[in-house]
Design a protein around this ligand. Structure first.
Ligand SMILES: NC(=O)c1ccc[n+]([C@@H]2O[C@H](COP(=O)([O-])OP(=O)(O)OC[C@H]3O[C@@H](n4cnc5c(N)ncnc54)[C@H](OP(=O)(O)O)[C@@H]3O)[C@@H](O)[C@H]2O)c1
Length: 191
């Protein structure tokens, strides 16, 4: 479907969430959750939700670690699922910044693992769950081979110092005449 940012209208979250809560109460959904919610959007939702979201699925990778959001989710008992742990390399909205991160490269070399495996293992060690996508049989296998080893404490420490930058921006939603005039506005300043 092709749309422009001018097609967007403000989301009436209280009404949408109430309908989702009804789905859960009626047994139509086991759990209800959100995706791409910033700290501000979560706080707004929690201010009126009768059922808090079970999960928030967001971009998380060594270049965009989302510590503030993860702390908030942990405090509120909301499970976090990480997507784009590899920076969505090769995907039109993605970036090679994660797999080209010097710290990721160094750790991969020192452990004899691939860069992707280092990122996925790091994701698993943050708690919560991860989703990674591959259409390639070898890479699917490689991505599963992250559960019988772990990162060294000093490597985790160094990864925590990687400069932070949100990779997944949303160009189609941003326009001078649209609902969101900048990426910062769309993401509530978290960019
Ligand atoms: N909730 C949301 O708004 C949202 C947004 C984005 C994504 N997601 C979900 O998250 C899933 C994963 O995120 P994503 O696809 O954005 O990004 P990703 O998992 O970071 O990256 C996927 C890309 O990495 C490549 N890749 C996979 N394994 C690799 C490996 N071992 N070495 C090198 N390259 C590898 C894949 O290519 P090949 O297929 O050629 O291996 C694919 O192009 C998606 O399928 C989607 O379900 C959710």
């Amino acid at each position: 479907m092709v749309f422009t940012s001018e097609d967007m209208i403000p989301l009436d979250m209280p009404t949408v969430w109430e309908a989702m809560e009804k789905c859960q109460s009626l047994g139509l959904a086991k759990s209800i959750g959100v995706s791409n919610f910033t700290c501000r959007k979560l706080a707004d939702l929690l201010s009126h939700a009768k059922i808090p979201p079970a999960v928030n699925q967001v971009e998380i990778n060594p270049v965009w670690q989302q510590r503030k959001l993860r702390d908030l989710c942990s405090e509120k008992g909301i499970h976090v699922t990480a997507y784009s742990l590899l920076g969505a390399i090769g995907v039109f909205w993605g970036s090679n910044a994660v797999l080209e991160c010097e710290e990721v490269k160094r750790i991969a070399q020192s452990l004899g693992k691939s860069r992707a495996q280092v990122c996925l293992r790091w994701g698993v060690e943050q708690g919560g769950s991860i989703v990674v996508k591959s259409f390639n049989r070898e890479r699917l296998k490689e991505n599963m081979e992250i559960f019988d080893w772990h990162l060294k404490e000093e490597d985790k420490e160094r990864l925590s110092l990687v400069p932070q930058k949100r990779l997944i921006l949303v160009h189609p939603f941003i326009s001078p005449n649209g609902l969101y005039k900048s990426h910062a506005e769309f993401w509530d300043g978290d960019v």
